[in-house]
Design a binder for this molecule. Sequence first.
Ligand SMILES: Nc1nc2c(c(=O)[nH]1)N(C=O)[C@@H](CNc1ccc(C(=O)N[C@@H](CCC(=O)O)C(=O)O)cc1)CN2
Ligand SMILES: Nc1ncnc2c1ncn2[C@@H]1O[C@H](COP(=O)(O)OP(=O)(O)OP(=O)(O)O)[C@@H](O)[C@H]1O
Length: 208
Amino acid sequence: MHALSEKSSLRDRLVAERRDRAPAYRSAADAAIRAVVRDLLRAGRPVGRPAVGAARRSVAGYVPSDGEPGGAALPDVLGTWGDRVLLPVLRSDLDLDWAEYTGPDCLQRARWRLCEPDGPRLGRGAVSTASVLVVPALAVDRTGTRLGRGGGSYDRALSRVPRRTLVVALLYDGELVDDLLPHEPHDRRVNAVVTPAAGFRRIGPTAG
Ligand SMILES: Nc1nc2c(c(=O)[nH]1)N(C=O)[C@@H](CNc1ccc(C(=O)N[C@@H](CCC(=O)O)C(=O)O)cc1)CN2
Ligand SMILES: Nc1ncnc2c1ncn2[C@@H]1O[C@H](COP(=O)(O)OP(=O)(O)OP(=O)(O)O)[C@@H](O)[C@H]1O
């Protein structure tokens, strides 16, 4: 099958599977994921020092919606570390701008049931100052290929961060898949995942 239609049928299946997960699984899994993320940031490694050129430690995250792993409290957990949490603001061309998370009150409803911060837009390049990126994904394979919502938003955002930056996708159990996902030249890999059962795992060529 062509990569594009293969991706879209996989996407449909994975979204449906998320929808079918029991509320009790979701809330326990979200709490487990947040605990792993909190410990990862607190330990400081492999997150390391502020990104080169960054005056402050900043982490880029997202606001889970539509049954995405992590739950609504994820930005607050990211805020327990460092000085600045960046959240994506979807542009009309589906590229990502970024704005700072300053607390639950800064979030407003946006397109496609997204929640976005209402503060000043910092520009597409702001993500390059982040020491760690916590990214959404529908699935990831063992090479780090990520399947997202289909806008190519994170492919573009990830092309602006140094390759050594920790890029960690949050997944439910079963979404770190054995079969290789379709990979196109523009697809940018993640180098770690968090799942409720296995916790933090490095993947791809930097694993070990
Ligand atoms: N929580 C969260 N925030 C995020 C993302 C994400 O995956 N999750 N993104 C990751 O890139 C960006 C937003 N991209 C998105 C792309 C598509 C849809 C979406 O719901 N699409 C509809 C179909 C839209 C249409 O009618 O064309 C759908 O999937 O049903 C949502 C977000 C930035 N913010
Ligand atoms: N660097 C880029 N510049 C412009 N368009 C891009 C770029 N990267 C990907 N795209 C476009 O985005 C579309 C969707 O890409 P893809 O299916 O890989 O999205 P995704 O990674 O699943 O979604 P997302 O990152 O938004 O969660 C493709 O049509 C692709 O051409």
